[in-house]
Design a protein around this ligand. Structure first.
Ligand code: 0O2
Length: 224
């Protein structure tokens, strides 16, 4: 085999390899999208049921997001792992993310417990940043779950990161994220302290709103 044909063979095989890797990556991302749909549906069903029982909607909104390819690549690099579909699926818990914004504090735990009772949902990890907020004031309940997706010829278990939080927690986290990652201004110590003070206010808001809820709504299943 001469040098030219060796080069052609090498280029062909690396192109084929590249194509295979990108097909594997896009297939994996499609599976994660299916898993997010499964989880979203589960929460929508719970919202329907609880809204009849409680006379109000425990869910304010649901947002799903697939981790961006660059963020996936960077996270795998930080772990000194190759960004192959196989390694990504094995290592990362947060490629698929579902954020459930709840009306009241009580709803966060009501929904989390109801979801985890389902026999096709497996809890992998639970981090309660509401009971134990992060030092910067961040609060949310994080669950890593594994759920089945049903494909034409197989059933696959996929991991999804679920963040449950109240409207006040979501407001704080969204604005903190924007301020922290604003490129043209530095994130100062004063800003950090002010954000912490805002987190304390948002906690108080949740508690006062929850107290109002207790007086305003009755669980219909507990009436009789
Ligand atoms: P994005 O773009 O929202 O996905 P791990 O994922 O386990 O390696 P860690 O830090 O143990 O990393 O996970 P953790 O603490 O459960 O938090 C992961 C996600 O929670 C973050 O994802 C954020 O969405 C959210 N989060 C955690 N801490 C904060 C915080 O201080 N402020 C805000 N606004 N959000 C927070 P990503 O990957 O950072 O970003």
């Amino acid at each position: 085999m001469n040098e030219k044909s060796l080069m052609q063979l090498f280029e062909k095989s690396s192109m084929e390899q590249l194509q295979k890797s990108s097909e594997d990556y896009f297939r994996l991302m499609a599976y994660y999208r299916c898993a997010m749909m499964e989880v979203e549906t589960k929460f929508n069903v719970l919202n329907e049921e609880f809204s009849l029982r409680l006379d109000r909607n425990p869910i304010n909104s649901i947002k799903s997001r697939l981790k961006k390819p660059l963020s996936v690549k960077e996270k795998m690099e930080r772990k000194s792992l190759p960004a192959t579909a196989e390694a990504i699926e094995e290592t990362l818990n947060d490629v698929a993310g579902v954020r459930v914004v709840c009306s009241f504090l009580e709803d966060v735990y009501l929904l989390a417990d109801a979801l985890l009772k389902q026999d096709d949902v497996t809890l992998i990890a639970r981090k309660d940043y509401i009971q134990n907020p992060k030092p910067n004031g961040y609060r949310s309940l994080h669950l890593i779950v594994s759920v089945p997706i049903f494909l034409a010829n197989e059933k696959k278990m996929m991991r999804v990161e679920i963040q449950l939080r109240t409207i006040a927690m979501d407001c704080w986290a969204s604005l903190e994220h924007q301020l922290k990652y604003k490129k043209d201004t530095p994130f100062t110590e004063e800003m950090m302290q002010e954000l912490y003070a805002c987190a304390v206010i948002s906690k108080e808001l949740d508690e006062r709103m929850d107290a109002l809820r207790k007086g305003a709504f009755v669980d219909k299943t507990e009436e009789t």
